[in-house]
Design a protein around this ligand. Structure first.
Ligand SMILES: [Zn+2]
Length: 341
């Protein structure tokens, strides 16, 4: 499958321009989980009508359970859209033990390659169930209907390899790694990121190769993380800044963009090829500035100054640079001067 060997969550793939055309004719009777905009973009392409269309209302468990109960006898569940629509489809396929087909219309999040569905219980996000797309349908023409900067957001969770692997190495050297350290996994993850970085121009332009580079990157990360049972190679201190900001500001962010801000700041704190990471974000066109994310300078300052204490207050977070290096007022002043507000 596109040269990807090893365990991925994707059982089969249908990749190419026009890959969604006529797809509905292969599904038997099917229910679609989607949202208004993506559904409007693809329904004419499918060549067959679903027996039922479920629009995402919200991801609260009660809502999803109610929608699940309304699903009649069908052969297949088709997810069409971004993360929430795909997650709703995954949840229904898992609960009803039905074949799952996913057709992402944007690459901003990696829901289309992960086995569990993100649902909300109150304010908490939980990842539940296990499902595998068969096939995963990647239609470059469909993806190009999304705003380009949202597809580019997909590189955020691949660029995070840059800071996350460094954090894991720090943890290992400090004798504080939560999991058996694997140099092989770290090297493999860095190769994934290098391959993505080589495609910066294509990703920026939204070419077939650029879109496929993001999909391949996600699938390759899974060949490391699914067998390992954790996402240490792609999640670290850059995500922890995002967690703090999300709790502080109580609003959602475009995930890949805020992870980009995290890579900017935490690669600087790590002393880890900060300029190279920032240059890549500029080259690929990943929005990550506070001005893009509508984060005010005083909020980011407060978040950074609170970050060491925040990670100490959360025993569920892994050991990172934030356990080793104190963020000082002077460091924050210097770092904020490198950002746009
Ligand atoms: Zn992430």
């Amino acid at each position: 499958m596109n040269g990807i060997s090893g365990q991925t969550n994707v059982l089969s793939s249908r990749f190419g321009r026009g890959a969604a055309d006529g797809l509905g004719r292969d599904l038997g009777s099917f229910v679609v989980a989607t949202m208004e905009v993506p559904w409007g973009l693809v329904k004419e392409r499918l060549g067959a009508d679903p027996t039922q269309v479920l629009m995402v209302e919200n991801m609260q468990l009660e809502t999803i359970e109610r929608q699940l109960e309304s699903v009649g006898e069908v052969d297949t569940v088709l997810g069409v859209g971004g993360g929430q629509a795909i997650d709703l489809a995954k949840y229904i396929a898992w609960k009803r033990q039905l074949p799952l087909v996913t057709l992402p219309t944007v690459l901003s999040v990696d829901a289309f390659v992960t086995p569990a569905a993100g649902i909300r219980r109150g304010h908490r996000v939980d990842y539940v169930g296990e499902s595998s797309p068969n096939p995963l349908v990647i239609d470059y023409d469909v993806l190009r209907t999304a705003p380009p900067e949202l597809n580019i957001a997909g590189v955020g969770d691949l660029l995070s390899i840059h800071t996350a692997c460094f954090d894991w190495e720090l943890a290992h050297m400090a004798g504080a790694s939560e999991y058996p350290f694997s140099q092989r996994d770290v090297d493999a993850a860095r190769q994934i990121l290098s391959a993505v970085m080589r495609q910066a121009a294509a990703i920026r332009e939204g070419t077939d190769e650029g879109l496929q580079a993001i999909v391949d990157g996600y699938m390759r990360v899974n060949t490391i993380c699914l067998p390992a049972g954790h996402y240490r190679v792609e999640e670290g201190s850059e995500h922890y800044l995002f967690y703090e900001l999300e709790e502080r500001l109580q609003r959602p962010f475009i995930h890949g963009w805020i992870v980009g801000l995290g890579v900017h700041l935490l690669s600087r704190l790590q002393g880890n090829q900060h300029e190279e990471a920032v240059a890549f974000m500029e080259e690929v066109g990943l929005p990550h500035q506070p001005s893009d994310l509508e984060i005010r300078k005083e909020d980011l300052r407060a978040s950074l100054l609170a970050l060491n204490d925040y990670i100490r207050s959360r025993s569920d977070l892994w050991y990172t640079v934030l356990n080793q290096r104190e963020i000082t007022q002077a460091w924050v002043d210097d770092a904020l001067r490198t950002l746009n507000f």
